[in-house]
Design a protein around this ligand. Structure first.
Ligand SMILES: CC(C)(COP(=O)(O)OP(=O)(O)OC[C@H]1O[C@@H](n2cnc3c(N)ncnc32)[C@H](O)[C@@H]1OP(=O)(O)O)[C@@H](O)C(=O)NCCC(=O)NCCS
Length: 503
C-alpha cells in the first residue's frame, strides 16, 4: 500500500504515431482516423514497460470494452467533457421498474437492517472476509461494526438502500451495496445525490456479472425517491472519473509498518534515520485545541460549510446541525474531532480538524510463520504474536477561520497596479495563512493519532492536503482513488478541488 516516499512515478515515454498529416482529407473520415490513431497510441502505451502504472492504466482504459458501463449514463472514457449537467432528465414514475431486478437462480434480494445486531454482524463479516484489498492482497479493509453504523445511519438515511443478496438455500449473505443521501455541490450546482458505497461480493461469486445487477438495483431504489444522480469512488479506472486522487501515508509506527510489509523495509543507519525523522512530540502544540463537544456543533457547521464552499469545486453541504453532530461528534474507535477555542473571541471556535479510524487486516503476517499467527524468534526467545492489523487513521474534514477578512491597504492596492493583481495578492495571502494553519492542525492530528495508538495516518492529495503533506512527512502510496458521478457529466476536477471525503 505504501512506500513512505520511496515510490517513484516513472514519467514514461509517449511515442507519437506519425504519418497522419499526409492523408488527403477528402478520402477519409478524419474523426475516425484520429480515433484509430488514438487507440493505437493507447494500446502501445498500455503495454509500454517504461510508462508509469497510472499511465498504462489510463491508456488501457481508452481502449477497454465496458459491457455494463457502456449502457449507463456516464461519459465515455475517450470523451472530452466540456460542460456540466445530467446525461438524462429525471425519469417519470412509470419509467422506473416497480420490482427488483431478477437475480440468478438460487439467490434472493434482502435488506440489511443496520440497527439489528445479528444482521449487522453478517454484513460486517462479509466485508471482513471479502472487501477491498491492496494490489498484492497483503491488506484488507477491516471496518468495525460501530464504523459501519456511523457510515450507514446518518440523518435521512433510507433503509431500502442497504441492499443485500442471500443464497436462497443457506440464507448466507453473499453480496451487498448501499447508498446514503447527500447534498452535493458540483461547481455552482446543488444536487441531491445518492452516495454509493460498500459494494461487495463474496469471493466465490466474482466474475459472474453480479456487480452490474447490484448497481442497477440500488439505482432503481434511488430513482424511486426521485433522486437521479449518484457519487461513488473506486480505486480502479472506469468510465469516466471526474477526478483522480492519490493516497499519501504518514508513518506513526514505522517499525510495525515495515514488519507488516506496509512500508519498505529499512535496516541499520537508514532505519534509525527514518525513525528519528518521523519523531513526533507527545503533546499537541496549537493553543486551545480540545476534543469537540455537543455545544460546538453549530460553529463547526459554519466553519466547515464556509471552508468547503470557498476552497473546492466538489463538496457536500451540511444542511442541518444533526448531520454535523452525526458525522463529527467524537465516537470512540470511529471518528475524532478536535476544535480550537479562539483566543481572541471567547466562546468562539477558530478551527477544527477530524479523522476517522479504519484498520486493515494483515493478510500475510511477515516474519517466518506465515498464516500461523506467530513470528518465530531465535531459540530461547518467546514467540511474538504476528501483527494481524494495521491501525490506520484517515484524514476527514477540517475548517479554519484563518483566511477570514484578508484585505489590502490602499497603498498595497495601488502597488498591485490592477484589480486582477490585487485579487491575486489577496488569494496568495489567504493561501499562505491557510497553509500555515492547516500544517499546525494536521501536525496536532498526527500527534493525537499517534498517542491513540494509530500506526499510520492516511490522506488523499484532495482538498488543501498538499499544502502540508510534504512538510509533515507524508509519502505517496501506490493507490489512487477515483471520483465518479452517475448521470452527471462534469468537467475534470483537479484533486485539490475535491472537497468531498468518502469513507
Ligand atoms: C467490486 C466487485 C463487487 C466486482 O465484482 P466482480 O465479480 O469483479 O465483477 P462482475 O463480474 O460482477 O461485474 C463486472 C462489471 O462490474 C464493473 N465493476 C467492477 N467493480 C466495480 C466497482 N467497484 N464499481 C463499479 N463498477 C464495477 C466492471 O467494470 C464490469 O463492468 P464493465 O464490463 O462495464 O466494465 C468485487 O470484485 C468485490 O467485491 N471486490 C472487493 C470489494 C471492492 O473492491 N468493492 C468495490 C469498492 S469501490
Amino acid at each position: 500500500m505504501a512506500d513512505d516516499g520511496a515510490n517513484k512515478a516513472n514519467p514514461g515515454k509517449q511515442q507519437a504515431v506519425e504519418g497522419s498529416s499526409n492523408v488527403p482529407a477528402a478520402s477519409f473520415d478524419t474523426d475516425k482516423l484520429r480515433q484509430l490513431i488514438q487507440q493505437l497510441e493507447a494500446q502501445s502505451l498500455s503495454r509500454d514497460p517504461g510508462a508509469s502504472k497510472l499511465q498504462r492504466e489510463e491508456a488501457a482504459e481508452k481502449v477497454a470494452v465496458h459491457e455494463f458501463w457502456s449502457t449507463q449514463p456516464v461519459p465515455k472514457s475517450s470523451e472530452e467533457v466540456k460542460d456540466d449537467g445530467p446525461l438524462h432528465p429525471p425519469l417519470a414514475p412509470e419509467q422506473i421498474p416497480k420490482d427488483p431486478y431478477a437475480l440468478p437462480e438460487g439467490m434472493e434480494w434482502c435488506l440489511i437492517d443496520i440497527e439489528v445486531e445479528s444482521e449487522m454482524k453478517e454484513f460486517h463479516d462479509l466485508l471482513l472476509n471479502n472487501y477491498v484489498e491492496d494490489a498484492d492482497s497483503m491488506f484488507r479493509f477491516n471496518y468495525s461494526l460501530e464504523f459501519l453504523r456511523w457510515a450507514l445511519l446518518p440523518p435521512g438515511f433510507n433503509k431500502d438502500w442497504h441492499v443485500g443478496v442471500r443464497s436462497s438455500s443457506t440464507k448466507e449473505l453473499i453480496a451487498f451495496i448501499s447508498g446514503i443521501p447527500v447534498d452535493m455541490m458540483v461547481r455552482d450546482k446543488k444536487i441531491r445525490m445518492a452516495e454509493i458505497n460498500f459494494l461487495c461480493l463474496h469471493k466465490d461469486m466474482r466474475s459472474q456479472r453480479m456487480a452490474p445487477l447490484l448497481i442497477k438495483e440500488v439505482t432503481r431504489r434511488v430513482h424511486l425517491v426521485g433522486i437521479f444522480q449518484a457519487v461513488y469512488t473506486v480505486g480502479r479506472l472506469l468510465p469516466k472519473p471526474v477526478s483522480t486522487c492519490r493516497y499519501f501515508h504518514r508513518s506513526l509506527n514505522p517499525k510495525k509498518l515495515m514488519d507488516t510489509g506496509f512500508s519498505q523495509k529499512l535496516e541499520g543507519a537508514q532505519l534509525a534515520k527514518t525513525v528519528s525523522s518521523l519523531w513526533l512530540p507527545t503533546l499537541s502544540t496549537t493553543p486551545g485545541l480540545r476534543p469537540m463537544r455537543k455545544g460546538d456543533v453549530g460553529q463547526v457547521r459554519k466553519l466547515l460549510n464556509r471552508h468547503l464552499k470557498t476552497r473546492y469545486d466538489v463538496l457536500p453541504v451540511f444542511v442541518t446541525d444533526a448531520e454535523i453532530a452525526h458525522w463529527f461528534l467524537p465516537r470512540e474507535g470511529v471518528v475524532s474531532t478536535y476544535v480550537v477555542d479562539d483566543a481572541e473571541a471567547p466562546g468562539k471556535l477558530s478551527d477544527f480538524i477530524s479523522f476517522y479510524s479504519l484498520p486493515s487486516s494483515v493478510l500475510k503476517p511477515v516474519g517466518g510463520a506465515r498464516g500461523k499467527g506467530v513470528v518465530r524468534k531465535p531459540q530461547g526467545v518467546k514467540p511474538q504474536p504476528a501483527y494481524t492489523s494495521i491501525n490506520a487513521a484517515y484524514l476527514f474534514y477540517y475548517g479554519t477561520k484563518t483566511d477570514y477578512g484578508v484585505t489590502l491597504t490602499e497603498d498595497e492596492k495601488q502597488a498591485c497596479g490592477s484589480q486582477k493583481k490585487a485579487k491575486e495578492s489577496v488569494k496568495n495571502r489567504e493561501n499562505a495563512l491557510i497553509k500555515s494553519r492547516l500544517t499546525e492542525l494536521a501536525r496536532d492530528a498526527l500527534i493525537s493519532a499517534k498517542q491513540a495508538g494509530f500506526d499510520v495516518f492516511n490522506c488523499l492529495d484532495m482538498m488543501d492536503n498538499s499544502m502540508f503533506t510534504r512538510e509533515l512527512k507524508f509519502g505517496p502510496g501506490d493507490g489512487y482513488l477515483r471520483y465518479y458521478f452517475y448521470n452527471y457529466r462534469a468537467r475534470t476536477v483537479s484533486a485539490d478541488k475535491i472537497g468531498f471525503v468518502m469513507l
